[in-house]
Write a new protein. Sequence first.
Length: 326
Amino acid sequence: MASAPTIHKRLLLLAALPALAFAGPAGAVPERVSSVRLDVPTRAVQGNYISASVRVSPAGARCSLSVQYDSGAKQRGLGARAAHGGRASWRWLVARGTKPGPAMAMVSCGAAGGAVKTIMVVGSVIPAHISVVKQGYTQRAFQYGGSTVSWGVILANDSPQDAQDVTVLANFVMPDNRLIGSTTTHVSAVAAGRQHALGGDLSFPGVPPIARLEIVVTIGKSGPATKAFPAVANTRVVMDPYDIGWTGSVEGEIQNDQAARTLQSVELSCVIFDAAGNVLGGGTGFTFAALPPGAREFYKISNGLRAIPFANAASAEVSIVPTYQS
């Protein structure tokens, strides 16, 4: 049996163990915890600004950001930032010519550490753009007074997007550069990479001296390119049987050559040319009959054409905006 002095020594030794377990070297300072968190968008669009921020501990760290694109090029102008309150941020423009693909964003905050994130650069949508390729008009004076003018334009959409909700303003300009009249025509879409023939007419109480047209085109929005168009066949210019010598209509056939979709309606417009290819005027029309695959239907455009002498009307170009059943 242990003696009383021996038991007392063992108790003193056990009491000292916790202090020994947690004691470090003399004069040691507890280690600070470091952390870096980088926040960036997951995707960036060419031509747009994006932002990045870093949260870092300790709060007084100085951080540098670098961004390397898929082409190997590096973003300029980022530099270093002091992390005031533990935060620093950057904002920059992703140039339109930046190569699409993954970009690497890397932040370094010295002894606090660093972080890496990926940003996917995507191509920007090129807005639709419409130019006027041709334009022209014909003025007709009536025996009973007044006159009417038929006008026409050939529009070209040279972008990869459809131009939707398009409004065409036609101004009629006199020799002294003053306007004598204006009219607007709406077309729901001018297809990507295609030309569109459009026209109309405007009546006057007299016979004003018109020297030229002034065409203004506005686009409501851009949309995905239209892939399917019904065929237009057997187009012809027809004289008005009740107004001998003047153009009455442009007629022909629309053929639904889609294998599985029904053509619900068609927005029609046309431009009439003389033998030299000059624009004499144009008009608009619609068809509304549901046309199943493989079927065809007759169309007739008559609005806007009565100012054009039938003898001068050598050819016509017809444009369509189709609507298919879902």
